[in-house]
Structure formats: structure tokens, C-alpha cells
Design a protein around this ligand. Structure first.
Ligand code: B12
Length: 352
């Protein structure tokens, strides 16, 4: 099927399916010509090619080489678990570069796309490292983390809950439990899922146990004084299902005398705008984890600026940790890496 000339990123999205097909056909011709691959393999590979092209588009859209590099390294570690040629990803990038070079008519866009692929490829080539474990001795609460990890992995949620409750009763700060136990534990189960060392079911179980124990800490969170500092809304942007990070941020801020409204995962843009207009919080703490949700963050912030809302916006989550300039590009007022610095960042924002 012929592909119409691409003039902008919207065109690229519109024609992403035939472009991905063309890229995949070239890759098959170069790498898999003599193999019988079957329909299922073809459809799965096509879906992957679409996803990869979309990541190139997202990186160009936000001028972020770091996002593409990070994504490709993550993908590389996934692909290494299958019996595929070592250069499967670099050949894909070469084919994608060629096809996009031919199909994009706008010179500036073509150059941007070419440059980002060339630079990402350079970063990839020497990369062979597996992602490192998050259960480490340099963690200030390594013993607690280690024990928690083992209890949950052994399906012993009661012991895990008692461990955390005892630690809190013996004076370990709530923030430390979140930052040095729950957070690295969650990252570790993500890593193990990525390496196919645990199943999706096990990852879901582990997350559910952490959520259960998080809830058991609510009496402590609400045990503070009633004179609240300021009103803050915490939410995940539309499309985003990773809500534990922003939930921990909201819970911690609640325990530090903020009056929080925690809205959870996947909050539709229109509903979030309506909530902010009604409640007029001083701060919106907005979370995104997946790169494909960054555009929604930008759209939401743009809408809030158009409506001249006085609420200050702080963003956070994985993409904002990967690319330290991204928060400015989406129009936010500030960015935080999480529990380590969020209170300082918010207090500074409130002084402005
Ligand atoms: C649990 C989990 C899920 C659960 C989420 C459940 C829930 N209730 O939240 C479910 C099953 C829904 C899920 C789905 C998916 N997931 Co997932 N998930 C995870 C996992 C294992 C843990 C997330 C977590 O709990 N983190 C712990 C918290 C504490 O950390 P955090 O989110 O970073 O938050 C901290 C800071 O970032 C910051 N912060 C975060 N937001 C904000 C906002 C503000 C304002 C501030 C100030 C700070 C802040 O503060 C927090 C505390 O310090 C991660 C692994 C990882 N590395 O995160 C993968 C991970 C994020 N998921 C991943 C993937 C691929 C997916 C799926 C695409 C899988 C699939 N094929 O369907 C989907 C996408 C869903 C979507 N559309 O959003 C990948 C992403 C890889 C990538 N580079 O793109 C990861 C990294 C796993 C991996 N190692 O491969 N996932």
C-alpha cells in the first residue's frame, strides 16, 4: 500500500501502520528471509514495530533523546531473552531510518527524526548490561528491604505486614519505609518481570501486598494535627495506570499536614479540570510513568493555562526522572523525583 507523504507528527501517527509494515518487510528481507515465521510472529512483530515507531515519534515530539535511549535499552534487555539475532534492534533502527527518510517530506522533521535515530543507535551499540538489582546494600534500610522482599516473594504477606508495622512502631519514619523499602521493592519486581524471572501474576500479587500494607498505615498518616498547610490534588494523568508512586507521595504529604485529594489512576482530562475548578487546590501533583502519556500531561497543562487557573503544577514520575528538562517542555511549574525531594520542591513553589 502506498504511503502518503509525511509533513508532520500527526501524519506520522496517521500512517504509522503502513510505515511499520514497510519497516518490518525490509527487516525480514535482511534478517529473516530464509526462516518460516508464521502469521502469529508476523502480527506480533508488526505490533512491536508500531510501538517502536511511536516511541521515536514521542522522543521527537518532546525533543528528548534520553527517552528514546532509555526505551531502546529497556527493549534490548527484553529482546535478549528471545532467540533473536543480536543485532535485531539495530537492524530495525536502520530500516526505520531508511523508510522514514524516504517518507517524511518536511525537511526539518526529517532531520530531527534522522538525528534522534542516529544518536540513539550510537548510545545503544556498546550497551549489553542487564538492569541491576534494586535490592542493594547501599540502601540505608537494606536489612528491612531484604526481609520484606523475601517475605513477599515467599507469599508470606502476614510476615511482611508485621515487619513493616513493627518497623514503624519502633520509630522508622513513614517516608523511609516508602522510599527505601516499598519503592525499591516495586522497582525490583518490575525488573524481574522485565527479565521474565517472575510472571505477571507474581508481579500483581507483590503489588497487591504492598498496597495492602500501605493501607494499613493510614492510622499513622492521619494521626497528625488538624491545622493543614494547604490543599493539594494528586492524580495520574489520563491513560496512566501506575498510581502507587503518586499515592505514596500523597500519603506522605498528608502525614506532613497537607490536605490532599488523591484521585488515583487514569484521571480523564476533562474531569480533572472540573475538579480543579471546583476545589481550587494550591497545588496539582500530576504523575505519568509511561512515555506515551507525556503528551496528555502537556495537553492538560495547556488547558489549565488557557483557563487561567491559579493552581501550581508539579509533575513527577519515570519520564521526568529520565529527562530532567522534560517538566519545562510540558509547561509545568516544577518537577520532583519523589519522596526524596517533593516537600522541599512544593514548599519552594508555595513561596513563589
Ligand atoms: C506495579 C506496576 C504496574 C501495575 C501498576 C499498578 C498500580 N496500582 O500502580 C500495572 C499492572 C497496572 C502496570 C501496567 C503496565 N506496566 Co508497569 N510497572 C509496575 C512496576 C512493577 C511498579 C510501579 C510502582 O509501584 N513503582 C513504585 C513507585 C513508588 O515508584 P514511582 O512510580 O517511580 O514513583 C516515585 C517517583 O517516580 C515519584 N513520582 C511518581 N509520580 C509522581 C508525581 C509527582 C507529582 C511527584 C512529585 C512525584 C512522583 O514519587 C514516587 C515516590 O518516590 C513498574 C516498575 C518500576 N520500575 O516502576 C512497572 C513498569 C513501570 N511497567 C512497565 C510496563 C511496560 C507496563 C505495561 C505497558 C505492561 C503491559 N504490557 O501492559 C502496562 C502499562 C499500563 C499503563 N497504561 O499505564 C515498565 C515500563 C517500561 C518502560 N520503559 O516503558 C516498568 C518500568 C516495568 C519494567 N521494568 O519493565 N504496571
Amino acid at each position: 500500500m502506498g504511503i502518503e507523504p509525511i509533513l508532520n507528527l500527526n501524519d506520522l501517527e496517521k500512517h504509522i501502520q503502513p510505515i511499520a509494515t514497510e519497516v518490518l518487510e525490509r527487516q525480514i528481507e535482511r534478517q529473516f528471509k530464509d526462516l518460516k515465521l508464521g502469521d502469529e510472529w508476523y502480527h506480533k512483530s508488526l505490533a512491536d514495530a508500531v510501538y517502536n515507531l511511536r516511541m521515536i515519534k514521542i522522543a521527537v515530539e518532546h525533543s528528548s533523546l534520553m527517552i528514546l535511549v532509555h526505551y531502546l535499552k529497556w527493549l534490548d534487555s527484553i529482546l535478549k531473552q528471545f532467540s533473536l539475532p543480536d543485532d535485531v534492534l539495530t537492524v530495525f533502527l536502520t530500516c526505520a531510518k531508511e523508510v522514514l527518510d524516504e517518507k517524511i517530506e518536511d525537511k526539518e522533521l526529517r532531520n530531527n527524526v534522522q538525528n534522534i535515530i542516529i544518536n540513539a543507535k550510537k548510545e545503544l551499540e556498546p550497551f549489553t548490561k542487564e538492569p541491576q538489582s534494586f535490592i542493594r546494600n547501599d540502601n540505608p534500610h537494606s536489612q528491612l528491604l531484604y526481609q520484606y522482599y523475601h517475605f513477599v516473594m515467599e507469599d508470606n504477606k502476614k510476615a511482611a505486614k508485621d515487619l513493616i508495622n513493627n518497623a514503624v512502631n519502633n520509630g522508622t519514619a513513614l517516608r523511609d519505609i516508602y522510599l527505601y523499602v516499598f519503592q525499591p521493592f516495586q522497582y525490583e519486581i518490575g525488573r524481574l518481570w522485565q527479565l521474565r524471572e517472575i510472571s505477571v501474576a507474581k508481579e500483581h500479587y507483590c503489588t497487591a501486598v504492598t498496597q495492602l500494607i500501605l493501607s494499613s498505615l493510614y492510622d499513622i498518616i492521619f494521626s497528625g494535627k488538624n491545622n493543614k498547610k494547604c490543599c493539594l490534588t494528586a492524580a495520574c494523568v489520563e491513560g496512566e495506570l501506575h498510581e502507587m508512586g503518586i499515592r505514596m507521595v500523597a500519603d506522605y504529604l498528608e502525614s506532613e499536614q497537607f490536605d490532599t485529594h488523591y484521585l488515583g489512576a487514569n484521571t480523564p482530562i476533562s474531569d480533572l479540570v472540573a475538579h480543579l475548578k471546583t476545589n481550587q487546590p494550591k497545588i496539582l501533583a500530576l504523575s505519568a510513568t509511561m512515555f506515551f502519556n507525556i503528551a496528555k500531561v502537556k495537553t492538560l497543562i495547556h488547558k489549565l493555562h488557557q483557563d487561567e487557573l491559579a493552581t501550581k503544577i508539579i509533575v513527577g514520575g519515570f519520564p521526568f526522572s529520565i529527562d530532567p528538562e522534560l517538566w519545562k517542555k510540558v509547561g509545568a511549574d516544577a518537577c520532583s523525583h519523589g519522596l526524596a525531594d517533593v516537600e522541599i520542591v512544593i514548599n519552594n513553589l508555595l513561596k513563589e
